[in-house]
Design a binder for this molecule. Structure first.
Ligand code: ATP
Ligand code: MG
Length: 362
């Protein structure tokens, strides 16, 4: 059997800096746990534009469609602000998402005890928080037709259309149920079935899919109530599944329950490939952080946690994912902090590489 394959796209800004620490972890698994990966590395975003005049070369796109998983750092930066829209670094990312058909976006919001003070909420509300929001990523109101700004009588009207097919709802729901099965078998679906037809269909299809997962405890909630519950008592949830628009808002809201952008991973999953696994891309939630790029002080944890998600969801190494997450939790509990995690009381911040050192040691 061939080794699991991984395409690494470090990208721009702090992308390559944080990705270096992940590569050390991958090497560690190969050497110490006899878990070799076939890793190839390529360019994306501004780095690809500089080399090829396009933010994603066709060869890179072809490679992304062949591997078991893609791990991406970040794209963009002020250097590329004036580029034509068609070659902007972000277009490289969008092309990957589109051609890999990544319809299910997984955003965990996990609060490490040692960082609970960073939350915008009281410590006891968030300590130990570990939830996952599954957002449908390729349909809904951001894509539905008709859309546009039209003349209507003597004024203009802006129109977007919330549109979901049963198939689109079903595949997103299925990915959420699969995930719930790997976690605590509790799923909450959020829509506005009280005022939206797409919400009625959403609830109906999710309920139907749920019949294939009798072990999963399914509940439904209107998304506005869901937003309130997320900040009131977030620990009542485990997996939440919702549409593109509500998911956009709810996942950012959940993210800030946990504190720093430098801590948040994500996964985007698509349809099953020939080997039965979902096509997948993993990336930290943060961007290229131009303000600190090149200074060696970026927090590598979001990118490392993204690789942990890859271990769990693409490579069936949930135990090793937990090993990596536990190492991160331990160093944080021991007081290891990059600059973004320093409270007002100060202290000595670790560099990106030093944070990698202590995590590897743990
Ligand atoms: P982009 O357009 O690429 O998303 P952005 O301007 O939105 O860039 P982000 O990269 O999202 O910026 O970062 C927002 C802020 O958070 C910046 O001040 C950045 O320095 C900080 N930040 C983001 N990621 C990290 C990290 N991994 N470690 C430390 N600080 C970070
Ligand atoms: Mg950003």
């Amino acid at each position: 059997m061939s080794n699991p394959s991984l395409l690494i796209l470090p990208g721009d800004g702090i992308g390559p800096e944080v990705m270096d620490q992940v590569v050390r972890v991958i090497d560690w698994f190969g050497a110490k746990r006899d878990m070799p990966f076939d890793v190839s590395t390529d360019l994306v975003g501004g780095a690809a534009y500089d080399a090829h005049g396009t933010p994603l070369h066709d060869d890179t796109m072809a490679k992304a469609l062949q591997v078991d998983a893609v791990l991406l750092g970040a794209v963009g930066g002020p250097k590329y602000d004036d580029l034509d829209f068609s070659v902007k670094p972000e277009r490289g990312l969008l092309r990957l998402r589109k051609e890999m058909d990544l319809f299910s976006n997984l955003r965990p919001a996990q609060c490490f005890d040692a960082l609970a003070d960073f939350s915008s909420l009281k410590k006891d509300i968030v300590a130990g928080l570990d939830i996952m929001i599954v957002r449908e990523l390729t349909s809904g109101v951001y894509f539905g037709e008709p859309r546009g700004i039209f003349e209507e009588g003597n004024e203009r009207v802006g129109i977007n259309t919330q549109r979901y097919t049963e198939g689109e709802i079903e595949r997103a729901a299925r990915s959420a149920f699969d995930l719930a099965m790997k976690r605590s078998k509790k799923l909450c679906s959020m829509e506005k079935a009280n005022v939206m037809e797409s919400g009625i269909l959403w609830r109906e299809v999710v309920t139907r899919v749920g019949q294939d997962y009798p072990e999963v405890e399914l509940s439904h909630m209107y998304a506005d109530n869901g937003a309130m519950q997320l900040v009131r008592a977030p620990k009542q949830f485990d997996v939440i599944v919702t549409d593109n628009l509500f998911g956009d808002i709810l996942s950012d809201c959940a993210a800030m329950l946990t504190g720093s952008l430098g801590m948040l991973p994500s996964a985007s999953l698509g349809a099953p490939m020939e080997n039965g696994r979902a096509r997948a891309m993993y990336e930290p939630v943060h961007g290229s952080a131009p303000d600190i790029a090149g200074q060696g002080k970026a927090n590598p944890i979001a990118c490392m946690l993204s690789f942990a998600m890859a271990l769990r969801y693409s490579f069936d190494h949930g135990d090793e994912a937990t090993r990596l997450e536990n190492a991160i939790e331990k160093v944080l509990a021991d007081g290891a902090r990059t600059a973004d995690l320093m409270g007002p009381e100060g202290g000595t911040a670790l560099s990106t590489t030093e944070m990698g050192d202590v995590i590897l040691a743990a």
